[in-house]
Ligand binder design. Structure first.
Ligand code: K7E
Ligand code: CUA
Ligand code: CA
Length: 647
C-alpha cells in the first residue's frame, strides 16, 4: 500500500505564487497604485497541478510515518464530506486528513458571499422581495457522477434533508451550480446517482439522481387530511442530472432511507425502516420485518412515457404508483419489497455489482441481497422477494453502513459496539447455506466512538482499491483537547490493506459529517481561474467601469486588479437600489479579492476572472468605505473604494 501511494506524491508546485509576488513587487515599484499587473504573462490554461505526478518525483519524505504527508507534498486522495446540519460540503486530503475547503451549498457563507451575491441567491432561490428562500440545510449524502462505473470528476450531488432539495456541485470549480426543489415530500435523505442507462447501453454515465423521502405526509399537503395519518405517504424521486429538473416520482408503501444504484443501471434500492407507516416511535418499531425496496427503472420510465401517472396539488411531476397493491404481478411490477429484519439503515452495493448489503441497525445483522436474483424476481422467476436474500450474518450491535475493499470483504460500522466489523461476503453466503465451517467475521476494530458512515478509497466504484477506510464517528469525547461542550467528531483513517485493520490517525472534524467519498486525486481536474466570458455581466475593460443610473436604480460597474478597484469612489443617492457588479480582471492563480461595504452587510469574494454582483438599498446617507477583504497583495490594506451616499 505505502509504496505506490508514496511514489505518486509530487512536490507541490509553488512557482505560480512566487512569480506573482515578484511581479507585484515590480508593479508597486513602478506605477505606484495604478491598476497594474497587465504585464504578467502567466499561462492561465496550464494543466492542473494535481493531474498526475511530476516526472521523476521523488518518494515523499515521511516524517516517520508512511501515512503522513510531509510539508510541500500533496495528498493521494480527495475526500469529500457532507457536513450535516452545517449545510455545506467539505474537501479534505488523504492520507493527511487536512481540510482544504468548505463549499457552501445550503448554508450562508460570508467569506465567499454565498447567500449574499445575486448569483448565489439565484441558485438558492429567492422570495418575491429578493431575500433567499432558505438559509439552512442538512446534507447527509454526497455522491459524484459516474462514467463506466467509476467517478468522472464532473459533478457531486448532495441532499438537503430539511428543505427537500438536491444540489449539484461542479467538481472543476468546486462550487454549487444548481439546486432542485423536490415536490410532495419531506425528509429527503438517501441520494445516489445512477451509473448507466437501464435501456440504452451507449449511455454509460450518470443521467439521473435518485432521492429517498424518509417522512410521510398527506398528499397533497395543503392543510387537508392532516388527521388521516394512515393515508400519509412517501415518494421516491428521480432528478435529471444535467437539467436538474425533477423527472418523476414513485408512490410507495413505507418510507425511504438510504439509496443505492446498480452498476447496470437497471435498479435503484432504498432501505425502509418504517414499513409500518407509523407516526410514533413505538409504531415505527412494531414490525419484526421491514424492507429493502427495489425500483425497476426502465418500467417506471415506460409508464411515465405511456402517461400512466398522476400528479399532486400544483406539482406537475408525474407520479407512478409503486405501492404493493398496485404491483402484485412481478412481471409488470415497478417495485419489489424484499423483507429484511427490523429497522434497517444503510444499503451499499458491492464494487463487483453483485450484492446489496443492508445494515440492520435495530437487528444485529446484515442482509445481503443478490442483484441477479432481484432481476429474476422481476422476470417472475422467483416465488417470494425474500428469496433474493443470500446471506444474513450476525455482525454486532447497531450496524449502520457497509463499505468494501474489492477483495471480497465488507466492513460494517457498528454504532452501539463502537466498532468496524470486517466480514467475508463468500463466508456469509456459505454460512447462510448451512456451511458450519464457513468463517464470516474476519476482524473487529474499536473506533472512537460510535461510527456512522464508514467508506473506503474508491469503494463505491468498480475501481475500489482496498487501501483505506475512514470511519466518521459521531462522538470524540476524550480524543482531542476539549473545546467546550460541543466536541468535534472523529474521522479515523484505517489501513485496510492487510488482514487486520489498523487505525493510522485521528482527525477532528467540525460537526457533523455524515457520508463521504474518497476519490483518487487524478480524477479531479480543477480549473485554475475562471473564464471571463462565462459571466454575461462581466466588466471586461476599464472604459466600461463607472456608475450607471436608470431612475432610482443604479449599477456600479467595478474592476478589481491588484492592488486597486477601478473606481476610488462612486456616488449614489439615498433611497437608490444599488447593484454592484465586480469583475476580477487579475489572471493570476490564487489572486482573489474581496469586497465589503462598511455598515451595509455586504461581503463577498471574486476569484481571478470571475464576476459577481450584489443588490441592496442605499438606505443610509454618508461615506462608506468599501475594502478588499481577501489578502491579495502587499498593498491589500490600501485596496479600497468609497461609496458616497448623498442625502
Ligand atoms: Cu447514517 Cu443520513 Cu447516511 Cu448519517 S445517515 S450516519
Ligand atoms: Cu485585493 Cu486584498
Ligand atoms: Ca420498522
Amino acid at each position: 500500500m505505502s509504496q505506490d501511494h508514496n511514489q505518486s506524491l509530487a512536490p507541490m508546485p509553488d512557482t505560480g505564487r512566487r512569480r506573482f509576488l515578484n511581479t507585484a513587487a515590480v508593479s508597486l515599484a513602478g506605477a505606484g497604485l495604478a491598476v497594474g499587473l497587465a504585464a504578467c504573462k502567466q499561462d492561465a490554461t496550464a494543466t492542473p497541478a494535481v493531474a498526475g505526478a511530476a516526472p521523476g518525483a521523488a518518494p515523499a519524505a515521511h516524517g516517520g510515518s508512511e501515512y503522513s504527508v510531509a510539508p510541500g507534498q500533496l495528498d493521494t486522495y480527495y475526500m469529500f464530506s457532507s457536513a450535516g446540519h452545517a449545510g455545506d460540503v467539505r474537501v479534505f486530503g488523504l492520507p493527511s486528513g487536512r481540510e482544504f475547503k468548505r463549499i457552501p451549498v445550503f448554508n450562508t457563507d460570508c467569506m465567499i458571499g454565498w447567500g449574499i451575491t445575486n448569483e448565489s441567491k439565484a441558485i438558492i432561490g429567492t422570495n418575491p422581495d429578493g431575500t433567499v428562500k432558505y438559509n439552512t440545510g442538512d446534507t447527509h449524502h454526497l455522491h459524484p457522477s459516474y462514467t463506466d462505473g467509476t467517478y468522472d470528476g464532473k459533478y457531486l450531488f448532495v441532499n438537503d434533508k430539511i428543505n427537500c432539495r438536491l444540489a449539484r456541485v461542479r467538481l472543476d470549480t468546486m462550487e454549487c451550480d444548481k439546486i432542485a426543489q423536490l415536490p410532495n415530500i419531506q425528509g429527503f435523505h438517501g441520494t445516489f446517482p445512477d451509473k448507466r442507462d437501464p435501456v440504452d447501453s451507449s449511455i454509460n454515465h450518470t443521467t439521473r439522481v435518485f432521492c429517498g423521502a424518509e417522512f410521510s405526509v398527506p398528499l397533497p399537503n395543503f392543510g387537508k387530511g392532516i388527521d388521516d395519518v394512515a393515508a400519509y405517504r412517501s415518494l421516491f424521486t428521480c432528478v435529471d442530472a444535467e437539467s436538474m429538473e425533477v423527472r418523476w416520482q414513485v408512490l410507495i408503501d413505507g418510507n425511504c432511507e438510504l439509496v443505492a444504484t446498480s452498476y447496470d443501471g437497471k435498479l435503484a434500492a432504498t432501505t425502509q425502516y418504517n414499513t409500518e407507516m407509523g407516526t410514533s416511535f413505538p409504531d415505527m418499531m412494531s414490525a419484526e420485518w421491514d424492507s429493502c425496496l427495489f425500483f425497476n427503472i426502465a418500467r417506471i420510465e415506460q409508464a411515465v412515457k405511456d402517461g400512466k401517472v398522476k400528479t399532486y396539488g400544483d406539482s406537475k411531476v408525474p407520479v407512478v404508483d409503486g405501492t404493493k397493491a398496485a404491483n402484485t404481478d412481478p412481471k409488470t411490477a415497478f417495485t419489489c419489497y424484499v423483507p429484511i429484519p427490523k429497522n434497517p439503515h444503510g444499503v451499499n452495493i458491492s464494487p463487483d455489482g453483485k450484492y446489496y448489503a443492508c445494515a440492520g441497525k435495530l437487528s444485529p445483522s446484515g442482509s445481503l441481497i443478490e442483484h441477479e436474483k432481484v432481476l429474476k424476481w422481476f422476470e417472475g422467476e422467483l416465488k417470494e422477494p425474500r428469496e433474493t436474500v443470500v446471506a444474513e450474518p450476525d455482525l454486532g450491535l447497531g450496524p449502520l453502513h457497509t463499505a468494501f475493499d474489492g477483495r471480497g470483504n465488507a466492513y460494517t460500522t457498528l454504532f452501539l459496539d463502537s466498532q468496524i466489523v470486517k466480514w467475508s461476503i463468500d463466508g456469509a453466503i456459505k454460512a447462510y447455506q448451512g456451511d458450519k465451517n464457513a468463517t464470516v467475521v474476519l476482524d473487529r476494530l474499536d473506533v472512537h466512538y460510535q461510527p456512522g458512515h464508514g467508506f473506503t478509497s474508491m469503494g463505491e466504484t468498480r475501481e475500489c482499491d482496498g487501501k483505506f477506510l475512514v470511519s466518521d464517528n459521531k462522538f470524540s469525547k476524550d480524543r482531542f483537547l476539549p473545546v467546550g461542550p460541543l466536541h468535534p467528531e472523529t474521522s479515523q483513517l484505517i489501513d485496510i490493506s492487510g488482514d487486520k485493520m489498523v487505525i493510522v490517525h485521528d482527525n477532528p472534524v467540525s460537526s457533523e459529517p455524515h457520508d463521504s467519498i474518497i476519490i483518487r486525486r487524478e480524477i479531479i481536474r480543477p480549473v485554475k481561474i475562471y473564464n471571463l466570458d462565462d459571466f454575461p455581466n462581466a466588466v471586461k475593460e476599464h472604459k466600461d467601469s463607472g456608475v450607471f443610473r436608470d431612475g432610482n436604480k443604479v449599477t456600479v460597474k467595478l474592476i478589481s486588479q491588484a492592488p486597486a478597484f477601478s473606481l476610488p469612489e462612486f456616488r449614489v443617492k439615498k433611497g437608490d437600489e444599488v447593484t454592484i457588479v465586480l469583475t476580477n480582471l487579475d489572471k493570476i492563480e490564487d489572486l482573489t479579492h474581496g469586497f465589503a461595504i462598511q455598515r451595509y452587510n455586504i461581503n463577498f469574494i471574486v476569484n481571478p476572472q470571475e464576476t459577481k454582483s450584489v443588490t441592496f438599498k442605499a438606505d443610509k446617507a454618508g461615506v462608506f468605505w468599501c475594502y478588499c477583504t481577501h489578502f491579495c497583495h502587499a498593498m491589500h490594506m490600501e485596496m479600497r473604494s468609497r461609496m458616497i451616499v448623498e442625502a
